[in-house]
Design a binder for this molecule. Structure first.
Ligand code: HEC
Length: 514
């Protein structure tokens, strides 16, 4: 996204004068009050977790303890474990992928005299921890040099990922996908090619007290709903916090997110995202990017030193590389910017923002820029910020989200019923859609392209993914999926060939609780 996106949006705005300048920049909506004090009012469920956010997430730890010492295999301990068990990992270097397909497993590192248990991928292994069970806890691990993901979840609910250090590890550092009710706390994640923390197609997720830096994106919520992102330290990434809709995925919406009490500073890192990936388009120097997401509220963040802008709000129409998804609303609506501290942002913006400033007679540095139409959005005390493209925003009729403690649920949610997602489908959504979208380029080529290549040949896909060879110059190599059994590889290949965008959307299992 990013450069091109803003350029087109603002280009349109400028050229189309009457269209965007008229409706957006020209009219002034500051007298319109948007939303009432009840927007984030206390309710039994949203304040239920006060005192202990972790109450409905994570493993019980009530079972047997399995100790894993240097030289032993974590996977062997997981194999021997039953739900309720605890796997204690002692300091040492473990070169493996740990696959957890059971429920209620507690993976806990033992840190002795400053020595951490270390999962070392040697730049050969794909993922360090891959879970599909429910009520999984992963804590106190040092994870480094994996090619795919540090910790990835596939459809596991009630997860707890805390106090891990993830360094220089692949595409995503922490990546729960299709999970519900999960807490990601106190992790330190750096050197990630896409997002340090990536919440994908998940609901009721709380991300707090993490430190994320030196990655392309710090924290990213995509096609996810009902989330709180708070008290994080987000610095030295290309983009700090992103809330997006990626078109072509089975979940079509991103909404109801609160971004508050974060330090989002100096996110001016060179963007080293995989060429052509969506995140590679985020203009370096942007604190928060909102693209096509709705109901995103920002409060009490300290956003400083981001050279492009503190906050950029935009839509899909402005993004030429995106194939529009007819079932996704492309605009960012109902955005709310409450009181935040923003200073020293926008010192070196992309040319499109510069052009917008010229056209709208703005001379100072811009904190907040809005490109494209945004309906029902609001800002509080707007004079404390320098803005561009926000005159269509009303004034917020509410001033805080404080009464809404969390969207974590008071009780653990049930696992997804078995049979609802067969193995092929689970692997497809859990693994493949992290890199392959249906009709647009993500990390890998679109699923449509793969379908055309392999029409009647699921065996060919199963074989390819076990040992992918490099095919395209303009794509990175695909990591081997050899941790999947041959049956699982064939099942996912068949599922992939049968998938269609429309069909996925109408799958009620994937659209629960919208
Ligand atoms: C970490 C990212 C990633 C994940 C996860 C991933 N892929 Fe890929 N995939 C890629 C990339 C990148 C390419 C392009 C590689 C190239 O052209 O050299 C690719 C290419 C492919 C191709 C094209 C092969 C060809 O002959 O052109 C197939 C088939 C494929 N992936 C299937 C899958 C399946 C099935 C899954 C899930 C089990 C999956 N991929 C998971 C990144 C990924």
């Amino acid at each position: 996204m990013g450069k091109k996106l803003l350029s087109v949006a603002i280009g349109l705005a400028l050229l189309g004068g009457g269209v965007y300048l008229g409706s957006q920049l020209g009219s002034n909506n500051s007298a319109t009050i948007v939303g009432g004090a009840d927007r984030y009012a206390k309710t039994a469920s949203t304040s239920a977790a006060v005192g202990s956010l972790a109450k409905s997430v994570g493993a019980s730890g009530k079972g047997k303890v399995h100790d894993v010492k240097a030289g032993e295999s974590i996977q062997a301990a997981v194999r021997a474990a039953v739900p309720g068990d605890v796997i204690r990992i002692f300091p040492g270097t473990y070169k493996e992928t740990v696959y957890i397909d059971k429920d209620d497993i507690l993976i806990t590192g033992v840190i002795e005299q400053g020595q951490w248990p270390t999962l070392e991928g040697e730049r050969k292994l794909n993922d360090a921890i891959l879970y599909s069970g429910n009520n999984i806890t992963v804590e106190n691990l040092l994870i480094t040099h994996y090619k795919g993901n540090g910790i990835m979840g596939q459809a596991g609910n009630n997860f707890l990922i805390r106090n891990n250090r993830i360094v220089d590890t692949g595409v995503y550092g922490i990546f729960p996908q299709l999970g519900k009710n999960g807490l990601i706390s106190n992790n330190i994640v750096s050197g990630i090619e896409d997002a340090a923390i990536y919440v994908g197609m998940s609901d009721n997720i709380h991300v707090n007290n993490n430190e994320v830096f030196a990655s392309v994106a710090g924290i990213e919520f995509e096609n996810s709903r009902h989330g709180v992102i708070e008290n994080n330290l987000v610095y030295d990434n290309a983009g700090g916090i992103l809330t997006f809709i990626t078109p072509g995925l089975p979940i079509k919406t991103t909404f109801d997110l609160i971004i508050r009490n974060n330090f989002i500073t100096n996110n001016n890192h060179v963007n080293f995202g995989a060429p052509g990936s969506m995140v590679s388009g985020v203009p370096s120097g942007t604190g928060i990017v909102i693209m096509a997401a709705d109901e995103v509220t920002m409060e009490n963040n300290i956003i400083s030193g981001n050279k492009n802008a503190a906050i950029a709000i935009t839509d899909h129409d402005s993004f030429p590389n995106i194939t529009r998804d007819p079932e996704t609303d492309p605009k960012s609506d109902k955005i709310a910017i409450l009181n935040n501290v923003m200073y020293n942002n926008g010192t070196d913006p992309i040319p499109e923002i510069k052009a917008l400033k010229v056209a709208t007679f703005i001379t100072g540095n811009v904190d907040i820029v809005n490109a494209g139409e945004s309906r029902g959005s609001c800002i509080l005390n707007r004079d404390q910020y320098q803005t561009a493209g926000l005159s269509g925003y009303g004034t917020c009729g509410f001033s805080t989200t404080a009464d809404l403690v969390t969207y974590l649920l008071p009780e653990p949610v049930e696992p997804r019923p078995l049979g609802e997602l067969d193995k092929g489908k689970l692997t497809y959504f859990g693994v493949c859609t992290g890199c392959h979208a249906y009709n647009m380029r993500m990390i890998g080529p679109p699923v449509e392209t793969i379908q055309a290549l392999y029409m009647e040949n699921p065996e060919g896909i199963a074989e390819y993914i076990a040992k992918p060879e490099k095919k395209r110059d303009d794509y990175p190599a695909m990591p081997a999926q050899d941790y999947l059994t041959p049956e699982e590889r064939l099942a996912v290949a068949k599922y992939l060939l049968g998938v269609d965008n429309h069909g996925i959307f109408h799958d009620p299992a994937l659209n629960q609780n919208q």
